[in-house]
Design a protein around this ligand. Structure first.
Ligand code: ADP
Ligand code: ADP
Length: 228
């Protein structure tokens, strides 16, 4: 087992109910999970808890047996080995594709850096574009750079927050498939949150339906479709 999230609860100060209510899930290494729920269901909050931007009220989270948080431990965000992809890509506009990807690799030796850069550029099929700046790329290409940058340091887990919401409908269909292929090829454990069923069904190995901070159901896309 790769990742274990047990009984996580969280409330914002002054909120009259729990924003995350007893969330438990175990995730296999390399699995792609989608958390699906309406706006306000708690998806972003769950990612913020996993990333370390908020501290849970209760519960535990371990990655490969290492405790990230529990009643006594709280690992700082930068020590968690978690990569993030946000909806607005958040690429550095004044840096080329190459520089954007190298940014997270500063702890590696030069040789290793170059090797890893090649690997991830090949994975996202952007070898030809390494000298371009973000504004010289299409939306889909920027998206792939953001993914390459998140994957480059070999994180244990990547978190993707509505990664398609800035793309037009046609591109969205294409990028969904590309993203699933990239994540599976990289064998990287991923949690993607979305309000869009089509995203979740196209990408995930398993879908977690979230409503008012509670898990309604967890299942493989084929099983959930059968059950309605
Ligand atoms: P989602 O990502 O599914 O849209 P969020 O995690 O952003 O949901 O929000 C879940 C709930 O928590 C909502 O009711 C929202 O209004 C509330 N919320 C989000 N951020 C804050 C905050 N900083 N302070 C208080 N309440 C918040
Ligand atoms: P994708 O399907 O990967 O998003 P598009 O069909 O949107 O690609 O773009 C097609 C081509 O146009 C790409 O090779 C891309 O590099 C190029 N392109 C798109 N926007 C720009 C831009 N602002 N400046 C330079 N080239 C661009």
């Amino acid at each position: 087992m790769s990742i274990s999230i047990q009984d996580v609860c969280f409330s914002y100060p002054n909120a009259n109910r729990a924003t995350i209510d007893h969330f438990s899930l175990t995730i296999e290494k390399g699995e792609v999970i989608s958390i699906l729920g309406r706006s306000g269901s708690g998806k972003s909050t769950m990612l913020r808890l996993l990333a370390g931007l908020e501290a849970p009220t209760k519960g535990s989270f371990t990655i490969q047996e290492q405790v990230v948080f529990d009643g006594t431990t709280f690992l700082q965000p930068e020590k968690r080995g978690i990569g993030m992809v946000f909806q607005d890509y958040a690429l550095f506009p004044h840096m080329t594709v190459r520089e954007n990807i190298l940014f997270g690799l500063s702890q590696l030796k030069n040789e290793e850096k170059k090797k890893r850069l090649r690997e991830v550029l090949e994975l996202v099929e952007l070898q030809e574009f390494e000298k371009r700046y973000p504004h010289q790329l299409s939306g889909g290409q920027q998206q792939r750079v953001a993914i390459a940058r998140a994957i480059a340091p070999n994180p244990h887990l990547i978190l993707l927050d509505e990664p398609f919401s800035n793309l037009d409908a046609e591109l969205q269909v294409k990028i969904r498939k590309e993203l699933r292929d990239i994540l599976k090829k990289a064998k990287i454990t991923s949690i993607l949150v979305t309000h869009d069923e089509n995203d979740a069904y196209a990408i995930a190995d398993r879908i977690v339906k979230l409503k008012d901070g509670c898990i309604e159901v967890v299942g493989r896309p084929c099983d959930l479709l059968v059950d309605g």
